[in-house]
Design a protein around this ligand. Structure first.
Ligand code: CMP
Length: 139
C-alpha cells in the first residue's frame, strides 16, 4: 500500500457539537497521522470554490450556506491508503446509509449536514489539500 495524503474537513455541525477531539482521536487510533490542521471560518467564496464541481446541483446553495454557518477544521491526513481509509472511517455520504460506528453514523444528522468531508480520489486529494494548505504548512 502506498502512503497517501487526503483532505478531511470537520464540518460546522460536528464542530458545534464539540466532536473535534473525538474525530481526531479516531483518525489517530486508525493510524492516520495529522500532517496539517487549522480551525477556520470559510467565506462564501471559499466554500463555493471548494465545492465548485457541485455548482450545478440543486443542493449547492444549501451546501454553501451550511459550510459557512460556523467554523470548520481542515486537515491533511497521512497514512497507508489514506484516501480510501478515511472514506471507510467516515461512512456513506447519507448517514442513514452509513455503517455502524462510522463518523457519519455517530455524528451526522442528514445528507446535507454530514459531519465530515473526505477527498474521493488522488486527484481530488491533491487539489483539495492545495486549496487549504501551502506545502510549508504540512509536515
Ligand atoms: P461531501 O462529502 O462534503 O461532498 C459534497 C457534499 O454535498 C456532501 O458531502 C453532502 O454533504 C452534500 N450533499 C450531497 N447530496 C446532497 C443532497 N441531496 N442534499 C444536500 N446536500 C447534499
Amino acid at each position: 500500500m502506498a502512503i497517501e495524503r487526503t483532505l478531511s474537513i470537520i464540518k460546522p455541525d460536528a464542530v458545534k457539537g464539540q466532536h473535534i477531539g473525538q474525530i481526531i482521536a479516531r483518525f489517530e487510533a486508525e493510524g492516520l497521522r495529522i500532517a496539517g490542521a487549522r480551525l477556520c471560518q470559510l467565506s462564501r467564496r471559499e466554500a463555493e470554490g471548494f465545492y465548485a464541481e457541485h455548482s450545478a446541483r440543486g443542493f449547492f446553495g444549501e451546501l454553501c450556506d451550511f459550510m459557512t454557518s460556523g467554523p470548520v477544521v481542515v486537515m491533511a491526513l497521512e497514512g497507508d491508503d489514506a484516501i480510501a481509509r478515511n472514506r471507510a472511517i467516515m461512512g456513506a455520504t447519507n448517514p442513514a446509509n452509513a455503517e455502524p460506528n462510522t463518523l457519519r453514523k455517530l455524528y451526522a444528522a442528514s445528507v446535507g449536514e454530514n459531519a465530515v468531508h473526505g477527498s474521493d480520489s488522488p486527484a481530488a486529494a491533491a487539489r483539495e489539500i492545495a486549496y487549504f494548505f501551502r506545502s510549508i504548512e504540512l509536515s
